[in-house]
Ligand binder design. Structure first.
Ligand code: ATP
Length: 315
């Protein structure tokens, strides 16, 4: 658990972070969102002591970080940033192995860990371990940045706009990958973005910041349904809130299950239980369907989603 208590950071006359309180529970993803200059990165950098606080206290699992050995603190916190910060003259494997090497892990263990992480991030170790950063696409480099942050299995992940420089499709793919990884690894994560859709998709809870303060700290659903101020309402967008709420919920929530799942016909069209209601709506509108079959991850048809049900219960 990470707790910020009445934390302030000034740069000269500028108050970058202004008396904030924030608790990030173990295993949750807290996304800091807000416009440029509102204090997101400064907040993140105080958590791993890249920046000292001007006042207030930050605790990790109940211990004040100000008194902790810096190496011990940082080894417990993976850090991934926009533009990756990979060393260009080091191979992918060496970049990922940065912290395990510092920890003097045996060579074989490091190699195994590098391969494991590359596979986990859908990159073939045989192809990529020996590659150099300039031989990677933006999305691949960002994956390596995430692998490096995870290398020594820290309890905490700090991510500062890690997907900020990527095109929309790569970005969405990496967001989905991050959700998949998070389900598996359950790291306590603080993630900075200025993109509200990214925040809604990834967060357990979102902290909306403005001018160094936290304006609202709540679940994505509550941020959408009950924005605390006009500022938050404008940030989430007044008009398309319905679709954004649908994007948060899986088809599973509204489907009508069959009594007995049965194997799908070869080539049958349909939705997956994990697909969002927003995608379901899009498919139904585009194909002018009144209902769509729903499949589980094994390819069995487990039910149907009715258009009427979706319209009535989607938001
Ligand atoms: N090293 C620094 N020296 C002086 N002022 C700084 C420094 N770092 C940040 N600031 C100021 O503190 C405020 C908050 O900056 P911060 O980088 O935390 O914002 P941010 O929300 O992360 O913005 P962005 O989304 O643009 O990265 C800004 O006004 C910024 O100009």
């Amino acid at each position: 658990m990470i707790e910020l208590k009445n934390v302030t950071r000034r740069f000269g006359q500028t108050v970058a972070v202004d008396h904030i309180d924030l608790t990030v529970e173990t295993g949750e993803v807290c996304v800091l969102v807000g416009s440029s200059g509102c204090g997101k990165s400064t907040t993140l950098r105080m958590i791993n002591r890249l920046l000292p606080t001007s006042s207030g206290e930050i605790q990790v699992d109940g211990e004040d970080i100000a008194g902790m050995d810096l190496q011990r603190l940082r080894l417990n916190m993976g850090y991934a940033i926009q533009g990756t910060g990979l060393f260009p003259h080091w191979t992918v494997a060496r970049n990922i192995a940065l912290v395990p090497r510092l920890l003097k892990w045996p060579k074989a263990r490091i190699q195994a860990r590098v391969s494991e992480l590359l596979e986990m991030l859908d990159m073939d170790p045989a192809r990529f371990a020996g590659a150099y950063p300039q031989q990677l696409s933006g999305g691949q480099a960002q994956r390596v940045g995430v692998a490096r942050a995870l290398a020594a299995d820290p309890n905490i992940l700090l991510m500062d706009e890690p997907f900020g420089a990527l095109d929309a499709i790569t970005r969405e793919n990496l967001q989905l990958e991050m959700l998949r990884l998070q389900r598996q690894l359950k790291k306590t994560t603080v993630f900075v973005t200025h993109d509200i859709d990214e925040a809604l998709r990834l967060a357990t809870r979102i902290a909306v910041m403005d001018q160094g303060r936290i304006i609202q700290h709540d679940t994505p659903e509550n941020i959408l349904r009950r924005p605390a101020s006009d500022f938050v309402e404008n940030l989430v967008g007044r008009q398309d809130r319905g679709l954004k709420l649908m994007a948060l919920r899986p088809v599973r929530d509204l489907m009508t299950p069959h009594d007995k799942p049965h194997p799908a016909e070869p080539g049958a069209d349909g939705l997956k239980e994990d697909d969002s209601l927003r995608l379901a709506l899009s498919v139904m509108l585009w194909q002018d369907l009144q209902q769509v079959a729903v499949f589980d991850h094994l390819g069995n048809e487990t039910g149907v989603l009715l258009r009427q049900r979706l319209i009535e219960g989607g938001v």
